[in-house]
Design a binder for this molecule. Structure first.
Ligand code: BGC
Ligand code: BGC
Length: 581
């Protein structure tokens, strides 16, 4: 079909339904025309950085590299990251096509693999703020810190709407409310797109709806969804639509299945629904080793995924085997050249959308000093303050200025516990794993040193009586299916700490650092104050700023807070403020 526009004839080729359009004036279309099969396949491969031989980037035309959780350079500093990625880019540009690579990371609460980067509250805390424009600013700052390190692709936002709180990824979700997930997911995409970072809504689709016990070795993560397609689409599609409208140009496909059929091989969902009916023009990337979860051999699996609509494969390790099988599949006509061209066109369009195709440099010129800057930390502290939810207050908060305080629990003085999973390491860990302030640091800024006694754990000694005991309960960090947990209860140590505080102070406030609601009905009646701080990240002093009364509480529960299977301790959207007492 030819269109007459201002004296130029533009020829538009409409491919099969669901395939992206190309026209002759388009640099992407020109590139695809000139590329060899090997060059095209290279664009479809996403390799983990610890598995890549640097010389293979040019030799095998590799189009994308990722750091998984904890896939950090030996020098884990902003500078170390920038140097590593710059070397990968230099190799990618040392080719005929000179196409920069995508460098992907899970910057799911700031670019938190990087030591020294600002770490924001995990999504569940952002959900509690209810502040969509704050969420967009958080994403813009994340984009800025990513660019300084050379990263250009974020595997975020997660758009799952969990119904089972035992799942290890609840904290990566904004809310149990689909509309809230849509609004916040779109805000994150907008912030990343403004910052010229490729956003990746994930994981398509139905995640969080899996049946408990349907997955091995995990329980729910990557399991099976026993619900109708209609139910799943009605609930989950709006958030993906909002993210696409906000400019998302890649989407990650879930490793779960529906009715025991893996979504990664589901042509109907990936191609008919997402690409044809919704008109998604970007590319679909499979999740970590997702193709290996299909039931065939590697040859059959790669055919099934690509023909279903997967455009890029997160290998992540043995890329030779995968590349060879893809070449073979094309030679055998088990995958058509048209399907490959469509995949590569989508990938190059996404690269073009963040300025990687054309005259701009492969690594944006953002100074390293922005990483973890005080301006960025101030926004994270604002997010912490707004994310706190006050669940109970029997005239104990705000803490009067001259009170003596007894602070109990390791979580009060531990950046790692504040940050949770996906921080420096995949699973996160306790300890001083990155820069920031703890909740105790914040209290020390607000209250004179001599009025605070701090005990990481309860002791059996008699202690001087304090006016107020502050007990911090903290979940151990976890990520993904590793965090699938049958019973969500505080630990024996937490209970001991509470008893110790009750014994040694007049009133007790419990602060909970957690990725999901815990069962606490036996604790609540015996204490005067209860605050949930979620996984606040690197700026723990934001908590003291609210406890002291400098700021009011404004957070609301993004998930209903159950107690046992059937009872509700606090309803969805519950949250007190000082003025209400
Ligand atoms: C997770 C994804 C993540 C990817 C890369 C997978 O295991 O499910 O959410 O983006 O790893 O780290
Ligand atoms: C990586 C994660 C990835 C996980 C999948 C880990 O080794 O660091 O990013 O999601 O493996 O199992």
């Amino acid at each position: 079909m030819a269109i007459w526009v201002g004296g130029i004839i533009i020829v538009v080729f409409f491919g099969h339904r669901g395939w992206v359009r190309a026209n002759d004036n388009d640099p992407v279309a020109q590139m695809v025309k000139q590329m060899s099969i090997e060059e095209k396949i290279g664009q479809m491969i996403l390799v983990e950085k610890n598995s890549i031989q640097t010389k293979d980037i040019a030799r095998k035309h590799i189009g994308a590299i990722l750091s998984g959780g904890g896939g950090n350079p030996a020098d884990n500093s902003p500078k170390g990251w920038r140097r590593m990625i710059a070397e990968f880019q230099a190799n990618a540009l040392n080719t005929a096509q000179q196409i920069p690579i995508l460098y992907g990371v899970d910057a799911v609460h700031g670019t938190a693999n990087v030591r020294g980067a600002v770490v924001f509250p995990h999504n569940i805390g952002l959900g509690a703020t209810g502040d969509v424009s704050l969420v967009e600013r958080v994403a813009m700052i994340t984009a800025e810190e990513m660019k300084a390190t050379g990263q250009n692709w974020n595997f975020a936002p997660m758009l799952s709407i969990p119904t089972d709180l035992r799942w290890g990824r609840v904290f990566e979700s904004y809310s149990e409310d689909p509309e809230q997930v849509s609004r916040m997911g779109a805000a994150t995409v907008r912030g990343l797109v403004k910052g010229r970072i490729l956003a990746t809504p994930k994981h398509f689709i139905g995640e969080g709806l899996e049946t408990w016990g349907s997955s091995r070795p995990y329980k729910l993560d990557q399991g099976d969804i026993a619900l109708s397609k209609k139910h799943i689409l009605d609930r989950d599609l709006p958030a993906f639509r909002a993210a696409i409208d906000a400019g998302a140009m890649s989407i990650m496909v879930s490793r779960s299945s529906i009715g025991n059929k893996k979504i990664i091989a589901n042509h109907d969902l990936l191609t008919t629904v997402l690409k044809e009916e919704m008109g998604f023009q970007g590319f679909l990337v499979s999740d970590w080793a997702g193709v290996d979860l299909l039931s065939g051999d590697i040859y059959e699996n790669v055919i099934a995924a690509v023909n279903a609509g997967v455009d890029m494969i997160m290998v992540p390790g043995d890329y030779d085997k995968l590349t060879n099988n893809l070449v073979y599949a094309i030679q055998n006509k088990d995958i058509t050249v048209e399907r490959i061209d469509d995949a590569v066109t989508r990938i190059l369009r996404a690269k073009q959308s963040i300025g990687l195709i054309g005259p701009s440099p492969a690594i944006a010129d953002v100074p390293l000093q922005v990483v973890g800057s005080s301006e960025h930390r101030a926004v994270a502290r604002e997010a912490v303050r707004k994310s706190l939810v006050l669940l109970k207050n029997d005239a104990v908060l705000p803490i009067p200025p001259r009170s003596t305080l007894l602070v109990v629990g390791r979580g009060a003085d531990d950046i790692g516990l504040q940050c949770g999973g996906w921080t420096i390491d995949w699973q996160g860990s306790s300890g001083a794993i990155t820069d920031g302030t703890t909740m105790l640091n914040g209290l020390q800024k607000k209250f004179l040193d001599h009025v605070i006694q701090y005990y990481p754990e309860a002791t059996s000694r008699e202690e001087p009586q304090a006016d107020i005991g502050i007990v911090v309960i903290a979940e151990q960090p976890y990520a993904e299916g590793v965090g699938d947990t049958e019973t969500l209860v505080p630990s024996a140590t937490d209970y001991r700490n509470i008893e110790f505080a009750k014994h040694n102070s007049k009133k007790v406030i419990v602060i909970v650092l957690t990725g999901r609601p815990l069962q606490m009905s036996d604790i609540v009646p015996g204490v005067q104050g209860l605050v949930v701080a979620w996984l606040p990240g690197s700026e723990g002093d934001g908590i003291a700023e609210v406890l002291s009364g400098d700021y009011n509480f404004q957070g609301r529960l993004p998930f209903s807070w159950p107690d046992g299977a059937n009872d509700l301790l606090f309803p969805f959207h519950f949250g007190l403020e000082y003025s209400q007492n």
